[in-house]
Design a protein around this ligand. Structure first.
Ligand code: AMP
Ligand code: MG
Length: 403
């Protein structure tokens, strides 16, 4: 049997980071930046007002106070977007709006709230120090300065600064396109009537959603029967749009295991037992001319889910050009005794709760079978029980992976 760590290492050694691609800014959300981006101009590009008010010379308003207001003639009005080069002379004021360029000669802005708001002349009842309410050119970014480095995940704020630095297109590692294919003669689409021996296909929905939660693009290809040729046909048809494929079912030790039957002869996909529970039967390899990675996960829904978290999610991060870190875990107190098979790493479904003192407790959910998807859906964490531990007493400290 392979260990969980060996299986993950083999996967991470095989998958490649996707080639960089130039995309329109609107398409860049959720991708990873593949170039250093600098701003061609300083940001802000020019000195401008941070408030609505009056651009003046600080010396002219130095004596202004509630009992000694200063009155200045208003010579100009400058709004945001006004490209005219204004100047304000000694003893004069220019009415200025937020974002408007500071007129030459002005060295401070008196907020409108400190004045009577006049348009022909303005009465100022409070002194504004030099530089007040002025945003200086380049105070956010100097000209030529790198605003984002290659490898940065692009969220909304990052997309904002790319636009703010004038970029229309940007080089990124795209979101991996992942096709999800479930197998099983017993599967029917949710919404249709269940016949004898049938169940609704949950894995293809769950895994496609998991792909999307992981920041990749998931495509649900629906389910195929337990016929190996049918499976290969479907796989072939889906490969054109896939950077990776996830299958569920058809990889265990029984008869009618279409995934194993179809892919074993290729020699590029290895099926093996991984020392874990749930999710012992696993397969991984590459298929097609482009050597597309394929994760053949076991059919039991909880096994599929846990396999995705342990093996597929890190691989998708690598493909997207993101650092692969071990899943974050926390220490918690086991609220009940736990059992785990010898020689296998267990991932028990639990609710991680914190009491008033912030002490974390892991309460195993009722229903630890690998088919018990309803129980999984009530859990928010996995308790990890190491290979060499078979019994965890109540009150012991355990390692917990929040979901
Ligand atoms: P298999 O890995 O194909 O032997 O399937 C193991 C168990 O998981 C069987 O009880 C299947 O009915 C169930 N199963 C397989 N695929 C799915 C699916 N897509 N949705 C829900 N249950 C499934
Ligand atoms: Mg099956």
């Amino acid at each position: 049997m392979r260990s969980v760590d060996e299986h993950l290492a083999r996967i991470l050694n095989t998958v490649r980071t996707l080639a960089p691609l130039e995309v329109e800014l609107e398409q860049a959300l959720g991708t990873t930046l593949a170039e250093d981006v600098s701003s061609p101009v300083p940001l802000p590009p020019f000195d401008n007002s941070a408030m609505d008010g009056y651009a003046v010379r600080a010396a002219d308003v130095a004596e202004a106070g509630p009992d000694s207001p200063v009155v200045l003639p208003v010579v100009e009005d400058v709004a945001a977007g006004d490209g005219t080069l204004y100047a304000v002379g000694p003893g004069l004021a220019t009415r200025i709006m937020t974002g408007a360029p500071l007129p030459a000669g002005a060295d401070t802005v008196v907020p409108v709230e400190w004045t009577d708001g006049g348009t022909a002349s303005v009465t100022i009842s409070r002194a504004a120090p030099r530089g007040n309410a002025i945003r200086s050119a380049g105070e956010d970014v100097r000209s030529g300065e790198v605003v984002l480095t290659a490898g940065t995940p692009i969220g909304s704020a990052q997309l904002g600064i790319l636009a703010g630095a004038g970029r229309k297109r940007v080089l990124v590692r795209p979101r991996p396109r992942v096709v999800v294919l479930s197998t099983g003669a017993e599967l029917v689409e949710p919404g249709s009537q269940l016949g004898a021996g049938q169940i609704w296909d949950s894995n293809s929905f769950m895994l496609t959603a998991a792909v999307r939660e992981a920041g990749a693009d998931g495509y649900r290809a629906g389910s195929v029967t337990d016929d190996a040729a049918h499976f290969l046909d479907q796989l072939d048809a889906q490969l054109v749009r896939a950077d990776a494929v996830i299958t569920s079912g058809g990889v265990s030790m029984g008869a009618y295991e279409p995934v194993k039957e179809a892919l074993s002869p290729l020699g590029t996909v290895i099926f093996e037992k991984v020392a874990m529970q749930p999710g012992m039967p696993q397969g991984f390899g590459v298929v097609g001319e482009d050597q597309v990675p394929i994760f053949t996960l076991p059919g039991n829904p909880v096994s599929s889910f846990v396999s995705f978290v342990l093996f597929v999610r890190p691989a998708l991060r690598k493909m997207a050009g993101l650092p692969v870190e071990p899943p974050a875990t926390v220490q918690a107190v086991a609220a009940k005794p736990l059992r785990s098979p010898k020689g296998r790493r267990s991932f028990l479904r639990a609710r991680l709760v914190r009491d008033a003192d912030g002490r974390a407790t892991a309460v195993p959910v009722h229903g630890q079978g690998s088919h018990q998807l309803a129980a999984l859906a009530t859990a928010n964490a996995l308790v990890i029980v190491p290979e060499d531990v078979t019994d965890v007493p109540e009150g012991a400290t355990v390692e917990v992976m929040p979901l």
